[in-house]
Design a protein around this ligand. Sequence first.
Ligand SMILES: *[C@@H]1O[C@H](CO)[C@@H](O)[C@H](O)[C@H]1NC(C)=O
Ligand SMILES: *[C@@H]1O[C@H](CO)[C@@H](O)[C@H](O)[C@H]1NC(C)=O
Ligand SMILES: *[C@@H]1O[C@H](CO)[C@@H](O)[C@H](O)[C@H]1NC(C)=O
Length: 280
Amino acid sequence: MKFQIISITLLIYCVKCEQNLQLVWSEEFNGNEVDANVWEVEDEWQSGNCYGNFIGQLNCNVNQSKNLRLIEGCLAITAFREKQKVFDKEYTSAKIKTKMGWTYGRFEIRAALPVGKMLRPVMAMESVSPKQWATAGQIDIMSNIQTQALVSGVHFSASPPVYYGQTYGLTPETRVNQFHTYAVEWSERQMSWFFDGMRYFTFHLNHTLSPHYVRKGEPFVGKPFKLLINLGVGGLLFPNQLLDINDTNDWKDIQYRRGPDVKCRRYLPDCYVRYKYKSR
Ligand SMILES: *[C@@H]1O[C@H](CO)[C@@H](O)[C@H](O)[C@H]1NC(C)=O
Ligand SMILES: *[C@@H]1O[C@H](CO)[C@@H](O)[C@H](O)[C@H]1NC(C)=O
Ligand SMILES: *[C@@H]1O[C@H](CO)[C@@H](O)[C@H](O)[C@H]1NC(C)=O
C-alpha cells in the first residue's frame, strides 16, 4: 500500500514542476521509535515549564510514548487528557524538530490530519539559531484549526513580530483526515506553498522585509531552518470553545487503517518527510 501511495505522488509531481528536484533526505518513520539521531523531542516536563506558547495552548509537550509513536511506518502524535495535571496543563501532546537544518529546496510532508475538537496540527520550519521571536524567522508550512482551511505563512521581525500569510480554503469534499501532501518550496527569491502539488501562496524575498533588517529577504536568505511537527490543543485560536470529557475521549476513538482512504483522528505525519533540492 505504501508503494502505491508513493508512485501516485511521483506521478503527480512529474507532471508538475518537480523534474529538476532530487531527493536529498527523507524520513519514512519505519523504525520502532522516533529516531533520536534525527529528531529532538521537546520535553517541557523535563525543562520545567509548559508555556503553551504565545497562543495559550492547553497542552504540555512531553516525551511520552503514548503521545509519540511509530505505527506501521507512520508517526502518530496523539493528544491526551491526563488524570493528573502536568504543571497547570490538563492535556499532553508532542512536538518534534529535526536536529539538522537546511537552506532552500522543497520540504514536503505527507500526512493525515487529526479530526477532534480544538486540535491544531502544525508543520513549520524555524531557524537553527533562534533569537527573540520572530527575529530569526519562522515558516508555517501548514496549520489547521478543524476548519476546511490551511493556514500558511511566515513570521519575522520583532517588537512587534510580523506575520504574512494566507488562509487557503479547501473544497468541501477535501478530507484532511486522509493523506495529503503539504509542501513549501523555498529559494533565495521566494517561497511557495503547495497542497497536493498545487501552489496556493507565494511570498517574495526580493526586498527588505522590515526596518528590522538590512539585507533583502533577511532572515530567510542563506540561513538553515529545521522542520518542526506539533499537535497543539486549544488556546486563543479556539475562542469560546470548551473541552469536555467526551471531546477528549473522542481523540482516542481511533479507527486506524493504512492507505489513501485512511480514517483517523490521530495526527499522522505519515509515511514521509522529504527534503529535495534542485540538481545542478
Ligand atoms: C524520550 O524518551 C525516550 C524513552 O524514554 C528516551 O530514550 C529519549 O532519550 C527521550 N528523548 C529526549 C529528547 O529526552
Ligand atoms: C519581486 O518579485 C515579484 C515577482 O517577480 C515582483 O512582482 C515584484 O515587483 C518584485 N519586487 C521587488 C521589490 O523587486
Ligand atoms: C458524555 O456522553 C455521555 C453519553 O452520551 C453523556 O451521558 C454525558 O452527559 C456526556 N458528558 C458531557 C460532559 O457532555
